[in-house]
Design a protein around this ligand. Sequence first.
Ligand code: HEM
Ligand SMILES: *[C@@H]1O[C@H](CO)[C@@H](O)[C@H](O)[C@H]1NC(C)=O
Ligand SMILES: *[C@@H]1O[C@H](CO)[C@@H](O)[C@H](O)[C@H]1NC(C)=O
Length: 326
Amino acid sequence: MEVTRRRSVLHFLITLVVLAGAGKGQLVENFYAGTCPMVEAIVRQTVVTKVGQTFTTIPATLRLFFHDCFVEGCDASVMISSPNGDAEKDAEDNLSLAGDGFDTVIKAKQAVESVCPGVVSCADVLAIAARDVVAQAGGPLFNVELGRRDGLISQASRVVGNLPDPTFNLIQLNTMFARNNLTELDMIALSGAHTLGFSHCNRFANRLYSFSPASTVDPSLNPTYAQQLMAACPQNVDPNIAIDMDPETPRTFDNVYYQNLIAGKGLFTSDEVLFTDASSQPTVNDFANSPGDFNAAFGTAMRKLGRTGVKIGIQGEIRRDCTSFN
Ligand code: HEM
Ligand SMILES: *[C@@H]1O[C@H](CO)[C@@H](O)[C@H](O)[C@H]1NC(C)=O
Ligand SMILES: *[C@@H]1O[C@H](CO)[C@@H](O)[C@H](O)[C@H]1NC(C)=O
């Protein structure tokens, strides 16, 4: 009796805290404490099972979260399928989002729906899954804020100009991240996601074959690494060929990405510039030397990324099926 009453008082208090947070237009950590307390455990279970089947789940889900947040806000707009092929994920710039990320969210949402139907947004499922895949690869643990609602707009035409290009310099990167309330420090930490996953050859071929009139190969590339890249990605290579972005530890979420930058082994201009530009170099040196500093900055930046353009309260909807509007 007493226990039950204490629990309901606790639920009441949690609900108050959650409502107070939502009223201020903010996400909160325990948003589903009263309505779907198992949600994080359920999503984690789906992620662990799926990662056991295919490692690609990890980079695919992490990148899917980034693309969702930068286009139209973290509202699962990237999940929508359109019969006309004009939804957000159909954009040229979807940069070949791997199917395993979509599959993870769809499966996790189905598992959540079977326990608490109609309560948890696809946007929150994606945010939890993105946090969990990082942990599965040995990356930092951090608490995820919840309470997002699913968006009602998903258009390929809205992608253009909202995602960073691999040829960007520091000012272009900073400008685009600042539009999403992310600082240079956040941007450098989030770029560390390139410690995992693949890139297709065409995304960096300009650095190997047509860099500038003075030098066909980008002089900021480590010459040995440039040779390796040219061997893996000869000109006119099959466009489906993709290579590891972190040549040293491609399956571990670690700070080796920053050590690679110092060694001239950043795959994209947008990676290497973080070291070659004097203003961001000290942060790269710090992250390369201190896994603790990198992990802390990455967790902070992921939480901030997760606040981008979110819909809360009565905005948007709680989608039943993540791939279509209700
Ligand atoms: C800083 C600017 C960024 C640029 C210019 C950029 C660009 C790219 C490009 C061109 C690819 C290769 C895509 C392909 O060829 O298939 C890629 C892959 C990837 N990106 Fe980024 N990205 C950036 C930031 C981020 C951020 C902030 C995250 C997540 C926090 C992220 C996560 C990933 C992951 C995990 C992959 C590998 C995907 C896979 O293997 O399926 N990127 N990125
Ligand atoms: C990405 O866009 C291309 C067309 O630009 C399309 O062929 C491809 O199916 C899209 N990828 C996904 C995962 O939707
Ligand atoms: C950035 O922060 C401001 C102030 O909190 C907010 O009004 C704005 O919507 C945020 N921008 C994005 C893209 O989330």
